[in-house]
Design a protein around this ligand. Structure first.
Ligand code: NAD
Length: 703
């Protein structure tokens, strides 16, 4: 329930926004505020109005849940409210503390005066959702704090501490504390001195050389904006504030805002924002499920992943017991961590004392005994069921009752791991991505027996590590790797058909992927897949597991680490250079298989690789491995470099239209050489197409 508290103190009406946690300006609060403003205006005993927030501060701005729905525009909308404040026949003073962002700041800018205290966070973050401040922010802020400072805030969306803005012109009074008292004191002065209304809209902007300034700003912003139209639109809106009278500037701001609101880039960013929030809700696990306390954590294995996970833990302040098999492996793990911190030291984001403080949180051990009182243990040993069996048997024996036993396995069956122990309800998968201290994504793997409070605890713990967690059911590769396998297969098929690795990579990078699949494969190393194929061939004699990558490995090309893979690399460089030797290997392979190469266009490359992801995503969704399509998008955006301006593979398919996606898949399935079992649209995709629904509208098997 949101409301506005109305009180009168010595002729001053105090209007307090109450809509926890950040007083977002949803329809109900807007209506309540309008009524309160009208009441204050009508009350003969009121000489001035103080408008302030409660809880976490003034206001965090628009209610994101209303975005893109008719509710956002329902009367009174924010522009109406702002006009009412501006036209009120009594002075309105905004008391700004805590969060003052977006529409919240725009409301404050429309008041006659602003009073501030230290510790407030001031921002116009709309650009982060592909928008611009659409309720006068681009017109009023430059009039108050100057064009350059305003433009910086609007284009970056970054919060600025109120202390820094103390003398900027934003505040008419700034007090050390107590926003209510500071606002009331200031209101008394305004009343006492009969100060005239001091509206931002009436101020003139003085900017010599405005044309040159904006040309420079456009150049800089355009270069940095990439595929996003919003930053440049922000510049245009601020330019209008300088070049046009106030109302004409407002009109221009509205036009630009409306265009951005309808842009696919903003739709994608808003989807991502909402999908990340939705991902923390788990079906069958109510949000108020009690969690287990996590204080001490243990990590088993100090290799690539164990080391990265330990860094993520100590960065968040968790004490860690780190277990290895030999003193050498421990020493190697610790020295790698120290080395990995060097770039933070160089950048100045961490100092030497801070580094030592973090490393001091680690208790290295070769013995299981010190693990007994850890609340959570994360296993990151070799990817072998036998090795993991030994580890989990020991963990089961030493860990205290109620401790959570997590595995970082990429491909082993979590339920089989859980069955090693006598407490499968306490076993969960925490699938980190490499480098684990940097990558935001965490797949939380829900086993058949995993207890609800263990899941709830894992999600809370992920948040403490600064990760975005997505729940996955148990299957080969979970959500991310299962899909990326299909993507890689599609990319390989294109090579067989006639494309070259750099052509496939270039097409997908033009689409927006951070890195094409062959550059990614060179980075990860080709030897892992080679070993896996050899093992599978030995397990299933008579089946063909061969791959062009085998021929590359045979030639000693394991990727970046050997200076050659799908590309070649100059010593010490990560720059991928197309290599005629690779072309020769590919041509020989095609000839052996009797394939006549053809020209493959960029559009076909993108279509095949992205729809391979989408089709597997549809299967994952239908099987209930992922809870919702947005979760799949969050995985792909945060773990696999899918471009945020396309919102993730499932959202992308929704935008293109599922009918078109299904038709393209049927066309690929029917082409010679393609396996229809792989390429035919997944049953869920066909069903949604028939029902005229999107992936985003799919709410599980019952829907
Ligand atoms: P790694 O070879 O770099 O490290 C494994 C470490 O475990 C080694 O330091 C080894 O000494 C130690 N170890 C082996 N047996 C042990 C035992 N019984 N007790 C204690 N320590 C033991 O391997 P990695 O790449 O860090 O992978 C570890 C796990 O993480 C695997 O299950 C892997 O599938 C998974 N994983 C890896 C990645 C990745 O990108 N490398 C990503 C996600 C998950």
């Amino acid at each position: 329930m949101s409301r506005v508290d109305f009180g009168i103190t010595n002729g001053i009406a105090v209007l307090t926004l109450v809509n926890p946690p950040v007083n977002s300006l949803g329809g109900e609060l807007r209506r309540a505020l309008l009524e309160s403003l009208e009441r204050a205006e009508a009350d003969g005993g009121v000489e001035a109005v103080v408008l302030m927030g409660s809880g976490k501060g003034f206001s965090g701005g628009a209610d994101i849940r209303e975005f893109g729905t008719p509710k956002a525009l329902a009367q009174p909308n924010l522009p109406t409210l702002i006009r009412t404040v501006e036209e009120l026949r009594k002075p309105v003073i905004a008391g700004i503390d805590g969060v003052c962002m977006g529409g919240g700041l725009e409301l404050a800018l429309a008041c006659d005066y602003r009073v501030g205290v230290p510790g407030a966070q001031i921002a116009l973050p709309e650009v982060k959702l592909g928008l611009l401040p659409g309720a006068g922010g681009t017109q009023r802020l430059p009039r108050l704090i100057g064009v350059e400072s305003a433009l910086n805030m609007i284009v970056s969306g970054a919060p600025v501490a109120s202390e820094k803005l103390r003398d900027s012109g934003l505040f008419d009074a700034f007090q050390p504390k107590d926003i209510l008292k500071a606002s009331l004191d200031f209101a008394r002065i305004v009343i006492g001195e009969r100060r005239p209304a001091k509206r931002a809209r009436d101020r003139k902007i003085n900017l010599p050389n405005a044309e040159a300034f904006f040309q420079f700003a456009r150049n800089i912003v355009k270069a940095a904006a990439g595929p996003y139209p919003a930053p440049l639109a922000c510049v245009e809106a601020v330019a209008a504030a300088v070049e046009k009278p106030f109302d004409a500037g407002l009109k221009r701001e509205r036009e630009l805002f409306t265009t951005l609101m309808l842009s696919p880039e903003s739709a994608a960013l808003r989807h991502v924002f909402q999908a990340e929030r939705a991902a923390s809700h788990i079906s069958g696990v109510p949000d108020d499920t009690p969690t287990r306390p996590i204080g001490r954590v243990a990590v088993v294995g100090a290799g690539t992943m164990g080391g990265g996970i330990t860094m993520a833990l100590i960065n968040a302040g968790f004490p860690v017991v780190l277990l290895e098999t030999t003193q050498d492996a421990l020493a190697h793990g610790l020295s790698t961590m120290r080395r990995n911190y060097q770039s933070a030291l160089r950048k100045g984001t961490l100092d030497a004392a801070g580094l030592e403080k973090r490393l001091a949180l680690i208790t290295p051990t070769l013995d299981y005994a010190p693990l007994h009182d850890a609340d959570l243990v994360i296993e990151a040993v070799f990817e072998s069921f036998e090795v993991k069996r030994q580890v989990f048997e020991k963990l089961d024996a030493v860990m205290k009752p109620g401790a959570i036993l997590a595995s970082n396995t990429s491909a082993l069956n979590l339920d089989a791991i859980a069955r090693i122990t006598r407490r499968p309800q306490d076993v969960i998968g925490l699938h980190f991505f490499s480098p684990a201290n940097m990558m935001r994504l965490l797949e939380v793997v829900r086993g058949a027996a995993t207890a609800p409070d263990v899941l709830a605890t894992a999600m809370r713990f992920a948040k403490k590590l600064g990760k975005v967690a997505v729940v996955s059911g148990v299957c080969d590769g979970f959500i991310g790797n299962r899909m990326v396998m299909r993507y890689a297969e599609a990319a390989h098929d294109l090579i067989l058909a006639g494309a070259l690795p750099h052509e496939v990579d270039a097409a997908l990078q033009d689409f927006g992927m951070a890195m094409g699949p062959f550059r990614m494969s060179d980075l990860a190393g080709l030897d892992i897949g080679w070993a896996l194929r050899k093992r599978r061939a030995a397990e299933s004699p008579g089946r063909d597991f061969s791959d062009i990558a085998d021929d590359l490995c045979q030639a000693g090309r394991f990727g970046q680490k050997t200076g050659a893979g799908w590309y070649r690399y100059e010593a010490g460089s990560r720059h991928a250079i197309p290599d005629p030797e690779v072309t020769a290997i590919i041509e020989k392979y095609r000839a052996q298989k009797g394939i006549k190469p053809r020209k493959v266009a960029g559009g076909e490359i993108v279509e095949r690789c992205v729809y391979a992801l989408v089709n597997e995503g549809a299967r994952i969704l239908e099987e209930g491995i992922a809870q919702r399509s947005g979760d799949i998008d969050v995985v792909y955006l945060n773990g696999y470099g899918f471009p945020a301006h396309r919102g993730g593979p499932m959202f992308y398919a929704d935008q293109v239209g599922l009918t078109d996606a299904a038709r393209a898949l049927r066309r690929i399935a029917a082409a010679p050489g393609n396996d229809p079992a792989v390429w035919m649209p997944a049953p869920l995709l066909t069903r949604l197409t028939r029902e005229g629904k999107t992936f985003n509208e799919y709410k599980g098997p019952a829907s």
